[in-house]
Design a protein around this ligand. Structure first.
Ligand code: 13P
Ligand code: SF4
Length: 351
């Protein structure tokens, strides 16, 4: 990176001291992650956001839904900053509140809403988290989706899972033993989700038709190819990958799971990793004694995570030093109340 920008970031960071707390998701660029006080997956970052009440500013190097969750979980005097407001998430955008309310109305009309518990993936807007809290549901991340689903099935016979169909299906089938035929997909662009009342009634998992544009690109062919190319390779993937990818892999888990697995792997072992490329490249650099390759042969960054670059971080930090709060993320009180209820249900789940 540009040494002048690095020096400016260091100066601004030092000037802010404990007044600022910088969080960095594992998918952030190296030039940004170097300035993070804490790095983590979305679960760890949600916990950490709530853990520094003394920091006036929480600078969130991640995407919009994460910064919203941080605003919900931090104290009223703390201000959350997203260095580039265009850092959204295409998956979170696949579930709009109005669409989800339509699906819920269809469940109500069929007499099924009472037995249905909504579970929203962290990767959703604050409005969707709020809907979930208001309707008796909880949030999950990729590191606790099994526990959130078990919690939900103690309270209802069916789950409406938002918005990542793959995480919902993979967790239900591989960790809770639910049949693939007990999962149906609600398509918000079709009348009545493209489902009959009977299909909704018989389903244990009503999966929203959403996916991650990064993890959704990995295919079972990628797994076959890498096993041919790299003899003895272990395939390690994120649960946002499609079901056939996850079942063909050797290990599946959140970004923290992927990091811990590679830390514990013996020297000389080979790994093909199916997650975002910034993280895979960093892990390959950190573990030169292991062979770590990207599962796909083509480049696969998360384009919105990548929007937070050093120039944006420098601008955000220097603005704070100059007394301006740029790109503040604020969730309105009513939305925040019910979203907090849902998030706290998740945070209270036994570890
Ligand atoms: P985790 O941080 O829970 O592993 O999720 C990955 C992701 O896609 C974040 O956007
Ligand atoms: Fe969204 Fe996927 Fe990017 Fe995560 S990696 S921010 S889920 S598009």
């Amino acid at each position: 990176s540009d040494p002048d920008l690095v020096a400016r970031a260091q100066r601004a960071r030092a000037a802010l001291g404990d007044r600022a707390f910088v969080l960095g998701h594992h998918y952030q660029r190296d030039e940004v992650i170097g300035f993070a006080d804490v790095t983590g997956d979305s679960f760890k970052l949600a916990q950490q956001a709530a853990a520094r009440p003394e920091a006036e500013f929480v600078v969130f190097c991640g995407v919009h839904f994460m910064a919203e969750s941080a605003d919900i979980l931090t104290a009223a005097h703390q201000q959350v900053v997203l260095p580039d407001l265009a850092a959204g998430c295409s998956m979170a955008d696949m579930a709009a509140l109005r669409q989800v309310e339509d699906a819920w109305s269809a469940l109500e009309a069929a007499g099924l809403a009472g037995g249905t518990v909504p579970v929203a993936y962290m990767n959703s807007s604050a409005a969707i988290k709020s809907f979930t809290g208001r309707n008796g549901g909880t949030i999950c991340t990729s590191s606790n989706a099994d526990r959130s689903l078990r919690w939900a099935f103690e309270r209802g016979e069916r789950v409406l899972f938002l918005p990542d169909q793959h995480l919902g299906r993979n967790t239900a089938v591989l960790q809770l033993g639910i049949g693939l035929d007990e999962c149906v997909v609600w398509d918000p662009h079709k009348p009545h989700g493209g489902l009959t009342v009977e299909q909704l009634r018989d389903a244990k998992m009503v999966l929203w038709r959403g996916h991650c544009s990064v993890h959704g690109r990995f295919s079972a062919d990628n797994v076959r190819d890498v096993r041919e190319r790299v003899p003895g390779v272990n395939v390690l993937v994120h649960p946002e990958c499609r079901h056939e990818v996850v079942t063909a892999a050797d290990s599946v888990g959140s970004t923290e799971h992927i990091i811990r697995t590679l830390e514990a792997a013996p020297a000389g072992s080979s790994w093909a990793v199916g997650t975002e490329l910034n993280l895979v490249s960093r892990l390959a650099q950190q573990h030169p004694d292991k062979q770590i390759v990207f599962l796909d042969k083509t480049v696969c960054y998360c384009s919105t995570m990548n929007r937070i670059d050093l120039p944006h971080l420098v601008w955000a930090l220097e603005s704070l030093v100059e007394g301006r709060v740029p790109n503040r993320i604020v969730v309105d009180d009513d939305t925040a109340h019910w979203a907090r209820v849902a998030l706290e249900r998740m945070l209270a789940l036994p570890g």
